[in-house]
Write a protein that binds this ligand. Structure first.
Ligand code: ZN
Ligand code: ZN
Ligand code: FE
Length: 759
């Protein structure tokens, strides 16, 4: 008898996704004996069978793999037969290497049916999960992914759960967070003021929310603050607690039908809403809900993603579900930090959160997602690196300062952390350190090299410097431009145009850049063109007070005796005067080419922005909302000029501001129309600059990045117009165009550099 045996290694996201039971069933079906086990780099399979040939197994391995598995690579080789009888699932080996772990996954349809069926033993059990769904990233402390290494370690399985856990044909076979009402975590309801437990559990929580109370509810990645979305009073109180008057609040809706009452839902938006990641999707408003997302035209809604949420929403069709935190601080995960200053009652449970993560946020533009925040449900999916960039060196990238993330690189893959917030807040900085420690443990990661932004004073840069290992620095907008290349596995063999528009990034001339056209390849860049510099009167204050930027652009356009148009008349004369003086005498007025600040100025001149904003991008989002009210038929734009007398070229918006003021003051056109014309002006600026770059350098690839491309109209129109003109357009797919993806671009830069100058 000709006994044949093979050893296979499967790499990809294959742990914690029901992969081993799947192999067990497949191997048994095809008559193999042998074993399967988790190893450091993925899953190892040993197969033997008389006269065995692998082709059928290999094919079914790919076509029938469990829904959450992502197979990246299968290596196999013939080995000496061991003479096994039967097929077994071995305990995980302790070998250490790079391994993938699944993000948290929304409750699957089978689990949902169980919690709704009174005959099931998990009827109304809020912690029901199986190998196809449930918590992952937020409960794992170390790898390999096994129960003792998760926050479920303290719960002893009951005999029923143990039976399911051990039965390879059960849906819960080796489901590490397996639980039931007898043995798993339980809920408790606490009155915030007294700290006393109160009876009634879930039913009582629902009743309290319905009566207008604010509850802190412990979810997967942290606490939400929850209240009735339709109660004006409750929403108002919630805003007072969060000290946020205008920043949009996210909603959770029972089902798509409920969402459709308040917002339009396209088929691709629906598929994102119902995807296993369950992000918040920014949808076009249909009906205004007071206090939820004032002044803008979208509303962020998600569907329930844990059994607890499903059970809450059974009797409450629509709730506010916003991260519970103090202003600008990270989401809270520990019970001891939730108190009466945040809520009336606390609905909590005794399963600890190992790693916090906010809800992810995206919107759909031209059929593809634009990520506003990449966190729960997407992290820590690995990003494979193109073969020719692989390196044995382990690299840490620490990102920027605002909306920060960390990325780590090891063995051909990049893992980018969840959104961490602004590092100038001390608690966020702690979160940054906490996350890095977590990633190090999860991926046995030890950096040989660190990459940071060019800015000398960013907290992330200082952190990198203090590591005392080799340290590379990458210019902000260059890092922005590189991120989509590695994501799309597109390594251009000639130069491309990196269009990078954002609020601020440190330039190599020490100025505040932000309206940049970079002629780049992986090795480096040259500044091809940029928005002409204007003063930032008052420095940082100018980013918070759009009227200052309006004054700066008017000063630039009309000279020092500019006549303040109507909105500026609201500003006290002495403040306006001091800003004029600052600019005239060049005091506390650094220069900027920021695109974000241009949006601020235009929004204010149009009368659409407050004098002082509550959150970044508030003025631009109002401008965008106004523009979208006009509809897409309106197609005119304003004049601008590209000054080509010196290099880099400078894009001058004085003609734009001049026409804009004329439009508003003399022609009395509606601010909405002016807003639309301004958006289309930027589209034309990008097109004309790209055409120039093509003419002079023969390039054809344009990369669109930077936080300004969170603007739907700008992204939609620019992508369309560039494609019509024969350009190849690249924008981020599963990462944010904003500063969240800087760390990804930083790693890309380092990998390319290592290729040329080995470590
Ligand atoms: Zn399930
Ligand atoms: Zn049990
Ligand atoms: Fe940026």
């Amino acid at each position: 008898m000709n006994q044949k045996a093979f050893r296979l290694i499967v790499r990809g996201t294959v742990q914690g996704v029901g992969f081993r039971p799947f192999i067990y069933r497949l191997a048994t079906r095809l008559g193999y004996s042998g074993f399967v086990r988790n190893i450091g780099e993925g899953v190892e399979i040993y197969l033997e069978k008389p006269g065995g040939d692998l082709s059928e197994f290999l094919e079914l391995l790919r076509t029938e793999a469990p829904p959450l598995a992502r197979i990246e690579e299968v290596d196999y080789q013939p080995v000496e037969p061991l003479g096994r009888s039967g097929f077994e699932i071995d305990r995980s080996s302790q070998e250490k290497s790079f391994v993938f772990i699944s993000p948290d996954i929304a409750t699957c349809p089978e689990c949902l049916r169980e919690i709704q069926n009174p005959k099931e033993r998990r009827y109304r059990y809020p912690f029901t999960n199986c190998t196809n769904c449930g918590p992952r990233y937020t409960i794992v402390r170390r790898l390999p992914y096994d129960r003792p290494k998760t926050t479920m370690s303290g719960f002893r399985m009951c005999p029923d759960c143990r039976r399911e856990y051990r039965d390879p044909l059960d849906r819960r076979y080796h489901a590490q967070p397996i639980a039931c009402p007898r043995c798993g975590p339980g809920l408790s309801l606490v009155e915030a003021a007294s700290g006393k437990k109160i009876p009634g559990g879930l039913e009582e929580a629902v009743r309290l929310i319905r009566n207008g109370k604010i509850l802190a509810v412990k979810g997967l990645g942290g606490f939400h603050l929850i209240c009735l979305a339709t109660s004006r009073k409750a929403v108002k109180r919630l805003r007072q607690i969060k000290r946020r008057q205008t920043k949009p609040l996210a909603l959770m809706a029972r089902d798509i039908g409920t969402i459709r009452k308040y917002a339009t839902v396209s088929s691709s938006e629906k598929s994102w809403l119902t995807s296993p990641a369950r992000p918040i999707v920014l949808l076009k408003k249909k009906r205004e809900l007071p206090g939820i997302s004032p002044f803008i035209d979208t509303v962020g809604i998600m569907l329930p993603y844990t059994p607890l949420h499903h059970l809450l929403l059974k009797d409450l069709p629509l709730i506010v579900a916003t991260s519970s935190n103090r202003k600008d601080a990270p989401i809270i995960k520990d019970d001891r930090l939730v108190g009466p200053e945040l809520c009336d009652y606390i609905l909590t449970h005794n399963r600890e959160i190992a790693m916090r993560a906010d809800d992810s946020v995206l919107t759909v533009v031209n059929g593809k997602p634009v990520f506003f925040r990449r966190a729960r449900g997407f992290v820590p999916f690995p990003q494979a690196v193109p073969e020719n960039l692989n390196s044995p060196v382990q690299i840490l990238a620490v990102g920027g300062e605002l909306k920060n993330t960390i990325s780590i690189y090891k063995n051909g893959h990049i893992v980018t952390s969840q959104f961490l917030g602004d590092l100038d807040d001390y608690e966020n900085y702690r979160y940054f350190e906490e996350t890095l420690t977590h990633l190090k443990k999860l991926f046995s990661f030890r950096p040989d090299l660190v990459v940071s932004d060019l800015h000398p004073d960013f907290w992330s840069t200082r952190y990198a410097r203090n590591l005392k290992i080799p340290h590379l620095q990458v210019q902000h907008h260059f890092a922005h431009s590189l991120a989509p290349l590695v994501e799309h596995h597109l390594i251009p063999d000639k130069k491309f145009l990196g269009v990078s528009f954002d609020g601020f990034g440190y330039g190599d001339d020490g100025q505040a850049w932000g309206g940049e056209f970079l002629l780049a390849d992986l090795d480096g860049y040259e500044r091809f063109a940029h928005f002409d510099y204007v003063p930032l009167p008052g420095g940082d204050a100018a980013a918070r007070e759009p009227w200052r930027m309006a004054a700066a652009y008017l000063y630039r356009t009309f000279g020092k005796n500019f006549r303040p148009p109507r909105p500026l008349a609201r500003i006290p004369e002495n403040r306006l005067h001091s800003v004029r003086l600052m600019m005239e005498r060049n005091i506390n007025s650094p220069l900027t080419s920021s695109a974000g600040r241009l949006f601020d100025a235009v929004a204010f001149i149009c009368g659409l922005a407050p004098a002082r904003v509550e959150f970044e991008a508030e003025a631009p989002s109002r401008l965008e909302a106004a523009a979208s009210r006009v509809g897409s038929k309106f197609g005119r734009s304003y004049a601008f000029s590209i000054n080509r007398s010196t290099r880099p070229y400078r894009i001058d918006f004085s003609p734009t501001i001049m026409e804009l003021v004329f439009d508003l003051e003399k022609k009395k056109i509606r601010p909405e129309e002016a807003a639309r014309k301004f958006h289309l002006t930027l589209v034309r600026v990008i097109l004309e600059t790209a055409l120039l770059a093509r003419k002079e350098h023969g390039l054809n690839l344009v990369v669109l990045t930077g936080g300004v491309f969170l603007n739907r109209i700008l992204t939609e129109q620019t992508e369309k117009v560039l494609k019509e003109n024969g350009f190849e357009v690249l924008r981020p797919a599963f990462y944010s165009p904003g500063d969240e993806s800087l760390s990804l671009g930083q790693i890309t830069y380092a990998l390319n550099k290592l290729k040329r100058e080995p470590f």
